[in-house]
Design a protein around this ligand. Structure first.
Ligand code: SF4
Length: 301
């Protein structure tokens, strides 16, 4: 089993020296040779990227005994386990989940589950939430970019949410060729199913097939963040869609700044996952940082 922890997590746990961020979730990864070939992913079958990276974040190999006590004595609320789909990952994940229970923290796992039985198994092992990534919001591009079937992934999300209401999350990446309308429709569907949406901005990474594809503009990403927030707070009627584009909002509510905070499972902030320190932040990882953002200017009302 190859277990990794993000550098931010290692800083937080005092296992590596660096700027300590105010993390509430520890990010771990079960690593190996992935059997899939998502064109944007650093772990894809054909990726030439060093496995220390997931997106732009460095993940160092750790052993379980090294992290368990620091986690127990920290103020972390949640542990997220990102699982690479290598042969045998299920057995390793089962083993890790059995051991990690002793931390008494809420556990989220992000996994390319094959079916509802697999999702069932993880809940039986005590996880709090399961995230099944959709990543690609457009059915037109899903198979080409991610492999597999859009409809089957949607069906698994739906079945999982019916069996485990309010306990399922998904990841969606903005900037993989989808239209605003496709994002709007998928996010609406997730709202109906009570599935939390963790939004990411596409980040081209050297060594991956999509390394020369452009990132979404910050203005578009802000509009999608605001649309997600309005959908999930039952105010989708404020979103103005023309053709395939979100062109504005009937009004921007006073609480709309919260739309820019990292979304997904509770306590998840994923600092600098989409951006380098010093660059404009796509996902804002703390309420403190929101003060520096002029939402009206950024969505270009
Ligand atoms: S939303 Fe955050 S905590 Fe939940 S699975 Fe995704 S990365 Fe992990």
């Amino acid at each position: 089993m190859i277990l990794r922890a993000s550098v931010g997590t290692l800083y937080k746990l005092g296992l590596r020296r660096g700027v300590t961020l105010d993390l509430e979730t520890a990010y771990l990864m079960l690593d190996g040779k992935c059997q899939f070939n998502c064109l944007y992913c650093t772990h894809a079958l054909t990726s030439k990227t060093n496995h220390r990276f997931l997106s732009r974040v460095v993940w160092e190999e750790v052993n379980f005994d090294q992290i368990i006590e620091p986690i127990k004595s920290s103020d972390l609320k949640r542990i997220c386990i990102q699982t690479v789909s290598y042969k045998g990952y299920r057995k390793d994940l089962r083993h890790l989940l059995t051991k990690i229970k002793q931390t008494n923290r809420a556990i989220s796992i992000s996994v390319r589950a094959e079916n509802i039985d697999e999702v069932n198994e993880y809940f039986e092992l005590g996880v709090d939430r399961v995230s099944i990534a959709l990543d690609v919001a457009s059915e037109r591009f899903f198979t080409k970019i991610r492999g597999g079937s859009f409809q089957q992934t949607m069906k698994l999300l739906e079945d999982s949410s019916r069996s485990f209401p309010k306990k399922i999350s998904t990841h969606i990446i903005v900037g993989l060729g989808e239209t605003d309308r496709e994002l709007f429709e998928v996010m609406n569907k997730m709202r109906e199913l009570e599935i939390q949406v963790a939004l990411f901005a596409f980040m081209p990474i050297k060594g991956t097939v999509l390394s020369s594809t452009k990132r979404p503009s910050i203005e578009r990403y802000r509009r999608i963040q605001l649309a997600r927030y309005l959908i999930f707070t039952n105010r989708a009627d404020l979103i103005v869609l023309e053709g395939n584009d979100i062109v504005g909002f009937k009004r921007i509510p006073a609480d709309a700044g919260s739309a820019l905070l990292t979304s997904g499972c509770p306590d998840c902030s994923r600092p600098y996952y989409n951006e380098k320190p010093g660059e404009p932040l796509y996902n804002i990882h703390s309420k403190e940082l929101l003060k520096n953002i002029d939402l009206m200017r950024e969505v270009k009302q």
